[in-house]
Design a protein around this ligand. Sequence first.
Ligand SMILES: [Ca+2]
Ligand SMILES: [Ca+2]
Length: 196
Amino acid sequence: MVGLFRMALAVLAIVALGLQASVAYAHSSEVFDPAGDLATAAPAYSDIVHAKVTEQVGRDRLYFMIEVAERIPDTPTKADGTPQFLAWNWAVDAPVGGAFDYTVIVRYCSHTIQGPCIGDAWHWESELIGPTGRQVNAFPFAVDGATVKASVGLAQLGAANLAQLDWFTVSRIAPGVSGAPPVDFAPNSGVVSLLR
Ligand SMILES: [Ca+2]
Ligand SMILES: [Ca+2]
């Protein structure tokens, strides 16, 4: 009898732990992606290995993170010495309509090769594209070692009252307007869901 009671307690403890874990992860979502799965020859620092979106409870913001296979240079440069365009995108969707409504972008760019990029000198900037338009440097970001980070307000994503957001990430070594496809996707297909 005592043995059964102990077993029941143990089962209860496991169930309780499981509940705690599900609560702790309710506001975080992530995907791990293989290294070495670039679609074309591209720098290892464009190779996504881990992406994560976390709700910063109490701050009404989402923290976006992409980790790549190699440290990202401060001034990315091609083998021929010219600047290397780079962009990481989080495509974000509220699963109520058909399309992905928002794109959160961190990039190394120049207006000389990408129209929306502000300034001819090569530099890092962020951009938020939404249903009503696009805005450069609409949110803070950082490129830190092998990690790209961004912090975007829930209201900026029209998501303050949504129970779920779906997302996926891509990396680019040429602007989308060039017609070149992304060099990496994470996840490789489908989406990651952030349950709030
Ligand atoms: Ca990858
Ligand atoms: Ca991939």
